[in-house]
Ligand binder design. Structure first.
Ligand code: CNA
Length: 246
């Protein structure tokens, strides 16, 4: 088996830890079939004639929602539809680690709701969720279906534009999520960072709050910014979590 020693070390870290926090990104959900942003098959590398003239970041920027709303909603409907997607082994094992009291929080940059679908309770969503949308004028809440089942720019009966509860580039992160994530990471004895390029800020700064014993990084690509980690597993998250006996 590849990376056998690293897996053994990972297992013993889990055994000795009682306050684990998981900090994850889009790579956690690629095994469920949702492309990430920056991998070779990621959304930013897909050639799509309809959206080609726009920079990938622009399509999820508040400026796109403001100035090109039709393009924004078309991209959102086509590329961020996670309604029929199921959690994978990593989501389930993390839920199990929470159940047995070892894992205290999941801090996620993902907006797909898969951790909750797998049964995790304390999930801190830094970038919001596609599960809920809201009218920008009257704040009425809509479920996931609403935007996905309409065309053009979705509007509330009050006339306001309905937008998903996700944090777009250029927008602030929810302050309660930042607070909860900071508290959780600060008090953790082990921080597992997985499936994130750590290139979206301010979310990525949060890992520097960690004061505990073991920082574990699991990623398909080497990440220069966390070279100081106690354990770095360069590999597929799914293959690592498959080996964990919880
Ligand atoms: P990213 O920048 O695309 O990075 C993903 C990282 O995960 C890369 O370093 C990959 O090498 C790595 N990776 C991908 N698959 C695996 C795997 N199976 N095993 C190990 N490593 C893997 O994504 P980040 O999360 O760092 O960027 C933050 C953005 C992406 C957030 O704002 C998210 O909202 C956004 N995003 C979320 C989703 C989702 O909710 N599922 C999907 C796509 C993008």
């Amino acid at each position: 088996m590849e990376f056998k020693d690293e897996i053994e070390k990972f297992k013993s870290i889990i055994t000795e830890s009682n306050n684990i926090v998981f900090f994850g990104g889009a790579g956690v959900s690629t095994a469920s079939g949702i492309p990430d942003f920056r991998s070779k098959d990621g959304l930013y590398n897909q050639k799509d004639i309809q959206f080609e003239k726009y920079a990938p970041e622009y399509l999820l920027d508040r400026k796109c929602l403001k100035n090109n709303p039709k393009v924004f909603y078309e991209f959102y409907r086509q590329k961020l539809d996670t309604r029929n997607i199921e959690p994978n082994i990593t989501h389930y094992k993390l839920a199990d680690l929470e159940k047995i009291g070892k894992l205290k929080a999941i801090v996620t940059q993902n907006i797909d709701g898969l951790h909750q679908k797998a049964g995790s309770k304390n999930v801190i969503e830094l970038h919001g969720t596609t599960a809920v949308s809201r009218c920008r004028r009257c704040n009425k809440e809509f479920n996931e279906e609403y935007i996905k089942n309409t065309t053009g720019v979705p509007r509330c009966e009050c006339g306001g534009i309905i937008r998903p509860d996700v944090v777009l580039y250029g927008e602030q992160l929810p302050s309660n999520a930042i607070f909860d994530a900071t508290e959780a990471i600060k008090s953790a004895d082990t921080l597992i960072i997985a499936g994130t390029s750590l290139s979206v800020f301010p979310a990525a700064y949060l890992i520097y709050e960690f004061r505990g014993k073991n920082m574990v990084v699991i990623n398909e690509e080497q990440l220069e910014s966390v070279k100081f980690a106690d354990l770095m597993i360069i590999g597929n998250i799914k293959e690592v979590f498959e080996q964990l006996e919880v």
